[in-house]
Design a binder for this molecule. Structure first.
Ligand code: URA
Length: 317
């Protein structure tokens, strides 16, 4: 269901409602609930005025670390000319340490932790939050880090398709003990717009490529440096070469469920990750803290430029 028209989808149908910019939730049980507690955000429909708090949100940026999402908020406030010298950006989810959330103007910034289960819980509650707040025309971007394949470290990859470890563009989830396969298609036009923004910035290399989403950082990503490893360096290189041939240019751990859930809820979505290393050359992150920090600012600079462009803000304040 979406707020414009309240049409219902039969249970089990995996289509979104395409409700012209409205956020879509496909859960008839929500209708009969007098209160919806967004437990991991420490927010709720009877304790908070969600339309008043969030109704103007047009851009949501999500990323793994709470610290990075606070720093994104400070950055975007400057870029949009919304800095209030007396303002601290309070963590809207201060009552819980699960996720952190910040808001400046029409931009919401939310942390999601590491891996598919963590981001999936956050997204269920974020999608309901946007729905309850009656938001429309929202764009969501995941900004993150990744391991590159055949790319210079520091290259930014805008995801074309999020693929699984067999290089298929879908996510298989188990619901009531049965496999449910969901599409991980992302918004092609948005990916192209972000690529164009990167070219306009001209500060780093940027490409569009497939992103492999794995269930862990070590064996799932063919690393040789985990606590366990049952394959050789040659096996690893063969697997990465196969991934490259399938169009994979980077590897991370959240894009598939992010893409699938945004698609189901009619959210325009993109994934923008910087590569911290070239996985064909190594597994460990050996670059200095300063270099890695610089790399991590690239996705936020790109999204900042995109948001400014959309809001028609041309100069830094
Ligand atoms: N994040 C990942 O998932 N993998 C990497 O190699 C680097 C960051």
């Amino acid at each position: 269901m979406c707020h414009s028209g309240k049409q219902k989808m039969p249970l089990g149908e995996e289509k979104n409602g395409k409700c012209d910019g409205s956020i879509y939730v496909n859960n008839p049980h929500l209708d009969s609930m007098t209160d919806d507690i967004l437990y991991h955000f420490n927010l709720g429909t009877s304790t908070h005025d969600l339309p008043k708090m969030f109704g103007d949100v047009k851009f949501v940026c999500v990323g793994g670390s709470p610290w990075r999402m606070k720093s994104f908020t400070e950055y975007i406030a400057k870029e949009l000319g919304l800095v209030d010298p007396n303002a601290e950006y309070p963590n809207i989810c201060a009552g819980t340490d699960r996720y952190a959330m910040y808001k400046v103007g029409p931009v919401l910034s939310v942390s999601h932790g590491m891996g598919i289960p963590s981001i999936s819980i956050m997204l269920h509650e974020l999608i309901k939050l946007l729905y309850h707040a009656r938001c429309t025309d929202v764009t969501v971007v995941r900004i993150g880090t990744s391991g590159g394949i055949g790319l210079k470290p520091g290259t930014v990859v805008v995801t074309k398709q999020s693929v699984d470890s067999l290089f298929q563009p879908h996510l298989e989830q188990t619901i009531l003990g049965k496999p449910v396969v969901r599409s991980t298609e992302l918004d092609k036009e948005l990916a192209e717009e972000l690529l164009q923004c990167g070219k306009e910035l001209g500060e780093f290399e940027i490409i569009i490529g497939n992103t492999m989403c794995t269930l862990d950082f070590y064996e799932g990503q063919a690393r040789l440096d985990g606590a366990f490893c049952s394959y050789s360096e040659e096996d690893k290189q063969n697997y990465l070469a196969e991934a490259y041939a399938a169009g994979v240019r980077n590897i991370e751990m959240e894009s598939s469920v992010f893409a699938a859930m945004c698609k189901l809820s009619n959210l325009r979505a993109a994934v923008v990750c910087v590569t911290l290393l070239d996985r064909q050359k190594g597994d460990q992150l050996t670059s200095s803290h300063e270099v890695l920090n610089n790399y991590q600012q690239r996705p936020q600079a790109l999204v900042g430029h995109y948001i400014k462009k959309k809001l028609n803000i041309s100069k830094k304040s």
